[in-house]
Design a protein around this ligand. Sequence first.
Ligand code: SF4
Length: 377
Amino acid sequence: MLGLYIHVPFCAKVCDYCDFSVLAAPERMYLEYLDLVLRELACVRGRYPEKWASIETLYLGGGTPSILPPELLVRLFSWLRDSGICIENLREASMEVNPESCLEERLDVAMAFGVNRFSVGIQTFDADLLKTIGRAHSVETGLRALDTLCSLKGRVQVNADLMFCLPNQSTETFLADVKRLSGYPLNHISFYGLNVSEHTVLGNRIQRGRLHVDEELYAPMYNGGVQILKEAGFERYEVSNFAKPGFESLHNKNYWNRGEYFGVGPGAHSYLGKIRFYAPEKYSRWKSFVQEGCAESLYSNDVLNRESAIAETIWLSLRQSAGLDVTRLASDFNYTLPESKIEHWVCKGYLQRSGNVVKLVGDGWLFMDQVVEDFMV
Ligand code: SF4
């Protein structure tokens, strides 16, 4: 499968925990960005016309794609349509939205062009926690966004994200968030443990001892959240992703299955023919890159050697409920996972074997990194 990811690098405000390539920029930059991203898209299409024609999923992510005003969304989707991508016929066309810009007019534009999946970053329903992590939206704005998106039920799929292991967050608060969210008519929910990068505002506060994250709460929060979602009819198909049957994200599954994809926008990664390449991440450098014609020599390249490809396959497979096919690993890479290692984790109750496939089970989901590290070449 081949996916197309378009990175929109703007947010209403940079969250205090964010270490992505995003900026809170004045609106006039959106127009400049759109001109640039259309030029980059045109370069990619010109370079890979046959691949372009076989794109099956679209993901408009960021950043905050819903920050773009309707006229710019119209221009972007019109360009894609005119380039030969019939959005309504794709297997999936997703757009990320944030509560503060989850506006009907923007959603309507996206749906009119064929977007069939929205993903909204709620993160928590706790007002103090939203302030602690520096989100741009309030609890009320989050609830309004959920109501707006759920009113589209039957016309689009909707995902909502939560976060856990936030500073001063109790297990009860997080589980109450999961319970509350699972009561909405959503078909997909994701939750992610806070990953504290020291280069962020939040990381700095934690380092200075002003805020505290209790790592001991990770396990009860994660396991409790999984249980609540299971009871609400959501199946875990990836360590952080839960869907009602038939509503898994095809675009994201393609990443985890090491399928091919184009990535366009600052720092967006592409993966084609076993090579990963990406444009500059910093906006100003990306702008020069596009203005100079997106020269292939200006991409950064990661050519995966055999060891890296094996490691990536193990990691990306084990994080999915579908698990790792060890026979396929052997035939694709001539690498046989030692039986003793598999047995070790099976005995510990972290792994289950069925036929050729090994899967994480029980607390294995919490100790995924240890299992993966042990399996690396
Ligand atoms: S909304 Fe997402 S991308 Fe934007 S600043 Fe916050 S965490 Fe970063």
